[in-house]
Design a binder for this molecule. Structure first.
Ligand SMILES: NC(=O)c1ccc[n+]([C@@H]2O[C@H](COP(=O)([O-])OP(=O)(O)OC[C@H]3O[C@@H](n4cnc5c(N)ncnc54)[C@H](OP(=O)(O)O)[C@@H]3O)[C@@H](O)[C@H]2O)c1
Length: 333
């Protein structure tokens, strides 16, 4: 809540994630004043209808960005694409309208490593317009980067950190199960899935976490391999036979002086029997923290985005990351 009332917001991109963000933000108390999406099936409909608020809010979805931003919102929730370079011009439009921006674009979670030019341009645009831009979400944006950074606070020293996220893909939507290759043969996985299935954002998480705990990285490397089913697994969408692929394992290492000091181990497969988010520090002292069951990807992404809104509005102008701003659940805006 500002002195003048609730924060005003525009939803930019109303796919599954944008819908959840808008719903979460609406429930939290943001006042929506615009909504934009290029999907013709959404154009002309009320945001409350498209995003399933349970009520209409008098905001018509448009594909005209200028029209959607005409009310000069406090914050734009941006949720369209994974690529920083593609997202940047969309975000600059929002900045030019005087808004702060929270984006789920994975490459914007920490763009300074892989997309330094985009980062410099967005930082300049944000500063010019007096706005703040934050890449946010659950992964990247929290569970494998900002959360372990916070957990390192009570340690006297950190020599290395490993974060393991195990998700049971059987609990997720059909496209996600297909994306991780559940049910295909190992040969098909190697030929068709491994090149495209990779989660975007591991490099950004490694770079963010390394920066936060003070590792000066020389290199970041990522690898993808199939998780092969040992027993049959049946989900609502696919039957996986023993020996076939249950999902993916993607490992990213950040190296300092040739040594892996940050390791992120992401496993998404059907039938995972111990889903969790686990952080293991090699330090003074060694510490392990486990979130049993792990944070739910879609639910948590929407919550993170809505919850950081007030901090982003309060932040100084520029491009920031999740380790630059205060974060917590926010009961009301
Ligand atoms: N950081 C995280 O933790 C996290 C978590 C979840 C998702 N994400 C990312 O967040 C993004 C959104 O997720 P999603 O599952 O909702 O994706 P999605 O299914 O692709 O939905 C994106 C929506 O935005 C629309 N759109 C695309 N380009 C647009 C543009 N230039 N202007 C206006 N609307 C546009 C799309 O319309 P069309 O369908 O017509 O193209 C679609 O309705 C993805 O990039 C996803 O990878 C990040």
């Amino acid at each position: 809540m500002t002195a003048d009332g609730p924060l005003t917001a525009v939803q930019y991109g109303i796919g599954p994630i944008g819908s959840r963000i808008a719903r979460e933000a609406h429930d939290t108390g943001y006042e929506f004043v615009g909504a934009v999406d290029i999907d013709p099936d959404k154009r002309g409909r009320d945001l409350g209808d498209v995003a399933d608020f349970g009520e209409e809010v008098g905001v018509t979805v448009t594909d005209d960005v200028e029209e959607a931003l005409a009310e000069e919102p406090d914050v734009v929730f941006h949720s369209t694409v994974s690529s920083a370079a593609t997202a940047a011009p969309q975000i600059e439009e929002a900045l030019a309208a005087g808004a702060d921006v929270v984006s789920t674009t994975e490459e914007l979670a920490y763009p300074w490593w892989r997309n330094p030019d985009v980062a410099a341009d967005l930082d300049a645009a944000a500063s010019d317009h007096g706005g703040t831009v934050l890449g946010a979400g659950i992964n990247p944006g929290f569970v494998m980067d900002a959360m372990p950074a916070v957990l390192s606070t009570p340690l006297a020293d950190v020599d290395g950190v490993t974060v393991t996220r195990v998700q049971d893909a059987a609990q997720r939507r059909k496209p996600l199960q297909e994306k991780v290759g559940a049910g295909v043969t190992v040969e098909t996985f190697e030929a068709e899935i491994a090149t495209e299935a990779g989660h975007v954002g591991s490099t950004e998480s490694v770079a963010m976490l390394a920066d936060a705990v003070g590792f000066d990285l020389d290199d970041i490397e990522e690898s993808i391999e199939p998780v092969v089913a040992e027993d049959p697994v049946a989900t609502d969408y696919v039957d996986v036979a023993p020996g076939d692929v249950a999902g993916i394992r993607q490992v990213a290492h950040g190296y300092a002086d040739g040594e892996a000091v940050v390791t992120l181990d992401l496993q998404m497969y059907v039938g995972a029997d111990d889903p969790r988010d686990e952080v293991d520090f090699d330090g003074d002292p060694d510490v392990s923290v486990t979130v049993d069951g792990g944070y739910h990807g879609d639910v948590a992404t929407a919550a993170v985005v809505a919850n950081v809104g007030p901090s982003v509005v309060a932040a100084d102008p520029g491009l920031v990351s999740m380790t630059d701003i205060p974060t917590s659940f926010t009961r009301a805006v």
